[in-house]
Write a protein that binds this ligand. Structure first.
Ligand SMILES: *[C@@H]1O[C@H](CO)[C@@H](O)[C@H](O)[C@H]1NC(C)=O
Ligand SMILES: *[C@@H]1O[C@H](CO)[C@@H](O)[C@H](O)[C@H]1NC(C)=O
Ligand SMILES: *[C@@H]1O[C@H](CO)[C@@H](O)[C@H](O)[C@H]1NC(C)=O
Ligand SMILES: *[C@@H]1O[C@H](CO)[C@@H](O)[C@H](O)[C@H]1NC(C)=O
Ligand SMILES: *[C@@H]1O[C@H](CO)[C@@H](O)[C@H](O)[C@H]1NC(C)=O
Length: 694
């Protein structure tokens, strides 16, 4: 039985004796895998395998000190210098105390722990960074995060006859069948009869206590514990343009550490409690391979997309003329690796109402029967920057034409697809979705999206209220100051990176000139007793990138009050989504309802609200473009395929400009449990909201 304190993905630290034995064996018998059978060849070419078989492959790479020093000391420790919330972690304020860690002490511990395999080192590091619960700040070693365990028993908390309990998802048979026979043939139990079972215990614990344990150790991404509780459960979402059902972090965790989970439950067709052990099946969404060597080459070794590049180089090659013209849009998103397990929502639960307005990609709009209420389901602020703006305009026009007076904005699992793929109804073999050049394989989903699309939607709904963003800062560490100074000296502008000042505006709204050094003088701050330095404060410059439309700035608010707008979600609304909801609530007192969670435990309405995230490849490009790669403070190129992303900018609260909005507790004004009717049925949920909230 699993105790509450045992980490789910244990970083097995073997004894030194075992370590010596292993390395001695590896040195003596370099061909031993050929003799014993190659554990990676045994799983090659298969989308679904047993987790123990996948683990044998992943654990076949011995620990390598050169790689540890590259990843930990030369790369990740220096990336943390840019992480805006480092000092907040020493003592996170309530209600976020669970997300407390001494980051440098943890790095030192991992630096001196004896590991048997490269897997053990990376999983320990992965768990430490994941448990910071900041989806903007994650370590993804692609070698070990390309597998995803899928349990044929996703759970959900439902209210039935006035009582909330944990259930195996009632639509289990329809949902799991979408994975196809390659998956179901591997499940050695009669899983269909678990549909709708009421769960009495998981691994011998109260089911809600076990959900807390998963929220604490596996989920990551969100500072608030209550929001993470909701990501443990299965839930509906838009994945790309398609309705999808997320497995949740109990049934769909990254990695292959666990082989099964034991439930005590009462099956839907029974009144007797019984104990059932349900197997996990691992799904693979990495790059194809045939054996151990090609698994390493294709999934673990650095590739051409892993590290950044000097963005001046392209311009120079083309005769100095062809600097990139288009300014890149800042992003704020969290990565949900569980998109690998994005299965279509069983089709009978997708809305039956016709969509209204434009393209219906990542935003789907409806008018509810009676024509009083419009619905915008916004799956993401990511994707097609111009398309999103067009879709917003056409949806609002359609609402106006229909005479709609109330608006529901559904931000459940506000989720996105950085690459546009055709919508799919069911699981596709991941091999179809791989792009070799992309270190972040396509099995990820960004929750959140383009910073400016949140402001665009706000502007469309609320009209012009002046600056609709937040005050923002970066850390002014020694290397960051050198980058800004070098960009000024080199005459670089926002076409070359996110450090040049013309990405931003002064607090009075005037655009900063590209040669302005906003790090000099820096602004000292003290957080949890530690002194640090920030840049000067600045504004985003979203307005410059908005497409105009005839009714722009005269959006919904000119014909109806914003108190007739309700935002609904499961709290899994991060980054741009969180900034948008915060803006609506802080400025316009919009109603917010959060569904799900545990009975009598709070759920914040915003999951994770940084201001801008930089992927490792982006930070490295900033350094290389500023000609500073040789600086002793510069993080080294990764030798392995991985991504250490980090929250690079803070957004300060509009209500309290000394507090990052990430650390300002804001609860929804309405909380509802899911029911049998609403948990996987967005249209039923919207009808409930229309009845209840307006
Ligand atoms: C450790 O990794 C480095 C970098 O990839 C490699 O050059 C070296 O051969 C590896 N060491 C062993 C013992 O495999
Ligand atoms: C890890 O240990 C090495 C060697 O002892 C040291 O040079 C390095 O600075 C340490 N790195 C971290 C992040 O503590
Ligand atoms: C940046 O400068 C280049 C010339 O070096 C110019 O072509 C480009 O349009 C500028 N970008 C912006 C956003 O001003
Ligand atoms: C997530 O999966 C869905 C299909 O399940 C796909 O449409 C979407 O593009 C994926 N997103 C990413 C980022 O891979
Ligand atoms: C805005 O502030 C900047 C920096 O303080 C200043 O240089 C500029 O003149 C101001 N612009 C206006 C219109 O006040």
């Amino acid at each position: 039985m699993q105790s509450a304190t045992r980490p789910l993905l244990p970083a097995a630290s073997y004894s030194m004796a075992r370590l010596f034995l292993l390395s001695a064996l590896a040195a003596l018998f370099p061909l031993s895998y050929a003799a014993r059978g190659d554990p990676c060849a045994a799983i090659a070419g298969k989308t679904f395998v047993l987790p123990a078989d996948a683990l044998a492959c992943l654990k076949s790479f011995p620990f390598n000190e050169t790689l540890r020093q590259n990843v930990l000391t030369a790369n990740i420790a220096r990336v943390f210098d840019f992480f805006t919330f480092e000092d907040y972690y020493l003592a996170s304020p309530p209600p976020f105390q669970e997300s407390t860690a001494d980051i440098r002490a943890e790095l030192a511990r991992i630096n001196t722990t004896a590991y048997a395999t490269d897997y053990d080192f990376n999983v320990d590091l992965y768990n430490f960074v994941t448990r910071l619960n900041d989806g903007h700040t994650r370590w993804f070693p692609n070698c070990y995060t390309s597998h995803q365990n899928l349990l044929p028993a996703p759970i959900v908390s439902l209210e039935v006859a006035g009582v909330q309990s944990v259930y195996i998802t009632p639509d289990l048979v329809d949902l799991i069948s979408l994975l196809g026979p390659d998956y179901t043939d591997l499940i050695a139990i009669d899983w269909q009869r678990l549909a709708g079972a009421r769960v009495l215990a998981i691994e011998g614990q109260d089911p809600y206590a076990y959900v807390d344990f998963i929220a604490k150790t596996v989920s990551g991404n969100y500072l608030d514990h209550g929001v993470r509780v909701n990501s443990v459960f299965t839930s509906y979402r838009l994945s790309g343009a398609a309705y999808s059902q997320r497995f949740g972090d109990l049934a769909g965790p990254t990695g292959v550490a666990q082989t099964s989970l034991t439930f005590t439950l009462i099956a839907a067709d029974s009144t007797e409690a019984e104990t059932v052990t349900v197997p996990y099946i691992a799904s693979f969404a990495g790059a194809p391979f045939t054996d151990r060597a090609s698994y390493w080459a294709n999934n673990c070794a650095a590739n051409q997309g892993t590290n950044g590049r000097d963005l001046k180089a392209g311009a120079a090659r083309l005769g100095g003329e062809a600097a990139p013209r288009v300014r890149r849009q800042p992003k704020a998103s969290v990565v949900d690796k569980s998109n690998g397990s994005a299965v279509g929502l069983p089709s009978q639960f997708a809305p039956t109402l016709p969509t209204v307005g434009g393209d219906q990609g990542i935003m789907k709009s409806y008018v509810l029967p009676g024509s009083e209420t419009g619905v915008m389901f916004i799956g993401s602020f990511e994707g097609d920057f111009a398309g999103f703006q067009k879709d917003t305009a056409s949806a609002i026009r359609a609402f106006k034409a229909a005479g709609v007076t109330k608006l529901i904005i559904d931000l459940t699992n506000n989720n996105g697809a950085p690459f546009s793929l055709p919508p799919i109804a069911a699981f596709r073999p991941p091999q179809n979705r791989i792009r070799m050049s992309d270190s972040n394989c396509i099995c990820i989903a960004d929750i959140g999206g383009f910073v400016c699309l949140g402001q665009f939607l706000h502007r469309y709904l609320a009209g012009t209220i002046g600056y609709a963003g937040f005050q923002s800062t970066k850390r002014a560490n020694a290397l960051a100051r050198k980058i800004v100074a070098a960009d000024v000296a080199l005459g670089l502008n926002s076409s070359f990176g996110f450090y040049p000042a013309d990405n931003y505006a002064f607090l009075n709204g005037t655009a900063m000139p590209a040669d302005f050094d906003y790090m000099t003088p820096d602004v000292p701050i003290t957080v949890n007793g530690r002194r640090d330095a920030n840049s000067q404060r600045f504004h985003d410059t979203c307005e410059a990138s908005f497409q105009s439309a005839p009714d722009f700035g005269n959006g919904y608010s000119v014909y109806h009050a914003l108190r007739n707008v309700a935002i609904v979600s499961n709290g899994n609304c991060a980054s741009t989504c969180a900034m948008f909801s915060t803006l609506m609530v802080e400025r316009h007192q919009t109603k917010v309802a959060v569904f799900g969670g545990k009975p009598s435990e709070n759920v914040e309405f915003k999951g994770m609200a940084g201001n801008q995230v930089l992927e490792w490849v982006d930070l490295d490009s900033e350094v290389k473009t500023a000609n500073l790669k040789d600086d002793p403070l510069a993080p080294a190129d990764l030798l392995v395929s991985g991504n250490m992303r980090h929250n690079w900018r803070t957004a300060w609260s509009f209500l309290d400009e000394s507090t990052p909005i990430a650390y300002l507790s804001e609860l929804p004004n309405f909380r509802f449990p899911y029911t049998m009717d609403t948990y996987n049925n967005p249209q039923n949920l919207w009808l409930f909201v229309e009845q209840t909230l307006f």
